[in-house]
Design a protein around this ligand. Sequence first.
Ligand code: ITT
Length: 190
Amino acid sequence: MSPGEKLTFVTSNRHKAREIKALFRSQNVKLNIHFAKTMEIQSENLAEIALFSSIDAYNYLRRPVFVEDAGLFVEELNGFPGPYSSYVYSTLGLDGLLRLVGKNRKAVFKSVVCVYGLVDRPLLFTGNVSGVIAPKPRGKHGFGYDPIFIPSGSGKTLAEMSVAEKNRFSHRGRAVRKLLRWLYKDRRKI
Ligand code: ITT
């Protein structure tokens, strides 16, 4: 069995599952997915949240797992909503967030992947993408803040992109490609 096939991705989010599955498929690796909501601690640090979620997933499944935690950090709002992105999305929504953003529209999407139970320590991989907040929502694909985030180097919002195109730009694509590189460029580690 290849190292990637030993791993199970645990998430409650079918969009994330689709994006990550496509990244694994592009390397000809099958991905096991288990849909469940893992425990999320309250912290300002995405890596800490991902670490605790991965331990929770491992304790439940008792096999090598990985989770991914992400958030949108808006510069003018000192990084808000950041680790609270899920809660803010369901309370303020896109329009509520757009009302808070003024002249400075810079933002960063951050992703942290945490693997637990594969080797003798947790493995963390991060991916960031800078961009700007669009004046109004555009596009029908993706989820969450995709309709209002335009990554640097593109004129489109993430919601105007296919899964493959979003993966080329996105925070998640960057973090998961690092994981795949770790698994396949240096197999002697496992
Ligand atoms: P998990 O079960 O994997 O934790 P989740 O939906 O709770 O799924 P996160 O806590 O990582 O995921 O993400 C927090 C929120 O940030 C999420 O609900 C979205 O609103 C937003 N978000 C994360 N990644 C995004 C992306 O790629 N595009 C748009 N919004 C995103």
